[in-house]
Design a protein around this ligand. Structure first.
Ligand SMILES: Cc1cc2nc3c(=O)[nH]c(=O)nc-3n(C[C@H](O)[C@H](O)[C@H](O)COP(=O)(O)OP(=O)(O)OC[C@H]3O[C@@H](n4cnc5c(N)ncnc54)[C@H](O)[C@@H]3O)c2cc1C
Length: 457
């Protein structure tokens, strides 16, 4: 069967666009979770029509199809857990149109996030979502995971910029949702349903984006604190003070040490935690916003410093983006959760998570998009050490329990994939799960598109 499938794929797409070489299959077998599942074949379509052919063939042969962008996901979304075809979007990487009159962009799914950002910025336009992975993650992957980033505090997440999607359904039918309009209330909002669908409902072949004018000026401020909790209190106070920064990023001592070692950047002197805050707006407004934010941070016990110029601001943001790979060097295994709590609950969440370090005897490093209440909780462990691994599993469950108790959610941006599926019932009721499974069946009755994900099987 496998041989026949490969032959048919070769005929449809040309030999150069498929591979079964073991060394290639290995490259498409993992993502940022470091879990590993070897696909049967990897396919590289260049056009929506080729995706249609692939989906038709998969339907006939009943073979799983796994859409894949850059493979930078943190929950195993692009992994072929049931074998089948990994369909990479790396040859679908063109920006097709930037419409400066309507402030929209039309792109193929394999375009790298940062490339769209830079291209529109050169025209004075702004694509705000900025996951820390923006130099390598793809827009298709961002849509499938509804990626967030530091700027979500003021500008929202990927979903807030998707106007429409062209997608191929299991079976090979192509549909289009949304259009180049600002308002659209005709029928259920399928565009918003597809965003965050983790490759389980449809294969995106084109994405239509909403753009904004580029903000005239920005300013960056560092606030240093003597505890994680105090930094959390400052975040809650900033939000309460009615100032809306572009970004409020939290970094704890463990992350500061890691980034110093990895990237050679000292961000926080002796501080136990810091906030990296950005504001934007008209030139004359920015200093006033910085002043107000500094005042609130000082009132909650912080010391503050404004970045003297763009170069310093950029260095700080680069260091912020290096945290995730920096932490990965600390222990053999990093369990990276991305919980969200109401922002007023941040101080309690951070204090209770800190207490788990001692309880389980494992380092727990926290950083992330505190302005959204979204904290990356990194439990440092070793998968090969059964005792440490068992402790880490217990710690994860307790982190989730604390989060839900405080009115939060298990994931703010990384999605469910395979790693969070075992915990879904902590948050979603059986009836809600049934509704989600019903939606999956309506799109994919044979369960061929990215099976084994999101607890839907
Ligand atoms: C260092 C680092 C920092 C990160 N920082 C952030 C961050 O700040 N914010 C954040 O949100 N995430 C972050 N991530 C996670 C990750 O980069 C995002 O989830 C990103 O959106 C994944 O994009 P990708 O192209 O790598 O997708 P992949 O990992 O390849 O796939 C992710 C999911 O998208 C699906 N998919 C991909 N393309 C398509 C398509 N064309 N049609 C349908 N489904 C598709 C896949 O099946 C899979 O389910 C980070 C990751 C790393 C390694």
């Amino acid at each position: 069967m496998k041989g026949k499938l490969i032959k048919r794929l070769e005929k449809l797409l040309g030999e150069e666009n498929i591979t079964t070489r073991p060394e290639d299959l290995l490259c498409y077998s993992f993502d940022a979770t470091r879990e590993e599942f070897i696909p049967d074949v990897v396919v590289f379509p260049s056009t929506p029509e080729e995706v249609v052919k692939i989906m038709e063939l998969a339907w006939e042969e009943e073979v799983p199809v796994i859409p894949r962008g850059a493979g930078s996901g943190f929950t195993g979304g692009s992994l072929p857990v049931k074998g089948g075809m990994v369909v990479s979007t790396e040859k679908m990487n063109r920006i097709l149109e930037i419409d400066e009159r309507n402030l929209t962009a039309l792109v193929e799914p394999g375009v790298v996030t940062g490339e769209l950002q830079q291209t529109v910025e050169a025209l004075g336009l702004f694509y705000p979502p900025d996951p820390a992975s923006l130099t390598f993650s793809t827009l298709g992957g961002n849509v499938a995971e509804n990626a967030g980033g530091p700027r979500a505090v003021k500008y929202g997440v990927t979903r807030d910029y998707v106007l429409g999607i062209e997608a191929v359904l299991p079976g090979g039918e192509k549909i289009t949702t949304g259009r180049k309009v600002v308002k659209d209330v005709v029928g259920y909002d399928l565009t918003r349903l597809l965003v965050g669908s983790e490759g389980t409902l449809a294969f995106f072949t084109r994405i239509l984006w909403r753009l904004l004018p580029y903000p005239p000026a920005t300013g960056t401020l560092l606030a240093l604190f003597s505890s994680r909790e105090q930094a959390g209190e400052a975040v809650a106070a900033i939000i309460h003070s009615r100032v809306l920064p572009t970004a409020i990023e939290f970094v704890d001592r463990g992350a500061l040490d890691a980034v110093k070692k990895y990237a050679g950047v000292e961000m926080g002197n002796q501080a136990q935690a810091l906030l990296l805050i950005e504001v934007d707006g008209e030139e004359e407004l920015v200093p006033r916003l910085l002043e107000k934010v500094a005042e609130v941070c000082q009132q909650t016990g912080g010391t503050t410093r404004v970045a003297k110029d763009q170069a310093e601001a950029q260095e700080l943001w680069l260091a912020r983006r290096a945290i995730s790979p920096a932490i990965a060097q600390i222990a053999p295994t990093k369990i990276n959760e991305d919980i969200v709590v109401p922002r007023s609950e941040l101080p309690r969440a951070l204090a209770r998570i800190e207490a788990l370090e001692e309880k389980y005897g494992l380092p727990i490093i926290c950083f992330g998009h505190a302005g959204d209440g979204n904290i990356h909780v990194n439990i440092m462990t070793d998968k090969k050490d059964p005792e440490k691994w068992a402790k880490a599993q217990k710690a994860v469950r307790e982190v989730f329990a604390i989060t839900l108790e405080l009115g939060g959610t298990l994931s703010g941006e990384h999605g469910v994939g395979i790693t969070k599926a075992p915990y879904l019932s902590m948050e979603l009721s059986p009836r809600v799960m049934e509704l989600l499974k019903g939606i999956k069946r309506a799109f994919d009755p044979k369960n061929l598109l990215n099976p084994g994900k999101m607890g839907l099987d």
